[in-house]
Ligand binder design. Structure first.
Ligand code: PNS
Length: 163
């Protein structure tokens, strides 16, 4: 039986830190489905279709990873995909409380599904989609933090794209 993990998130947009987690996760799982879900606490810069397109193209080099989106409860999606685990990246201690709460809530909703945390590579410890968006908004160079397509889309969004 295939050992599938769901890697859920907002991915607004996908960063090299996320791809680092996918690469590490594929050393443990046969397949990873990177899934865009709604986070009620966040307003997004990119709509779901834009985020999904960036995710799909960024995952092209990972044959065992798939991009998807789902509207609803993460745990329902995990069961629907017959996955055994939820995969999340952990950067600094500041991530812990939120991740801990989410993992325990998800476990309460379905005891069969385990959340697995992987440590992000040191290079990506201080990056996040939010901080990257803020940097681009004010003209900062984030070329080495996101895939080239995402850099282009971010620049376009903030009006630095053409010429
Ligand atoms: O990248 P993010 O924004 O930290 O990801 C959070 C996300 C999207 C994984 C989380 O908000 C989520 O799972 N949303 C779907 C609804 C749900 O199942 N929430 C968790 C249990 S209440």
């Amino acid at each position: 039986m295939e050992n599938i993990a769901i890697y859920p998130g907002s991915f607004d947009p996908v960063t090299n830190g996320h791809l680092d987690i996918v690469e590490r996760g594929l050393k443990i799982f046969d397949k990873i489905v990177v899934t865009i879900l709604h986070n009620p606490a966040k307003t997004t810069l990119f709509n779901v279709n834009e985020r999904l397109e960036m995710l799909r193209m960024s995952l092209e080099n990972f044959p065992n990873a798939e991009a998807d989106s789902y509207s609803g409860l993460l745990i329902d999606y995990v069961a629907q995909r017959k996955a055994t685990a939820i995969l999340r990246g952990m950067r600094a201690v500041s991530d812990f409380e939120y991740e801990f709460q989410m993992a325990l809530m998800n476990r309460r909703l379905n005891r069969e599904i385990q959340t697995v945390f992987l440590m992000t590579g040191l290079r990506w410890i201080f990056t996040s989609s939010s901080i990257i968006k803020e940097a681009v908004r004010f003209g900062g160079d984030i070329a080495d933090m996101v895939p080239p397509l995402v850099e282009r889309k971010l620049k376009e969004k903030f009006g630095f794209g053409k010429g």
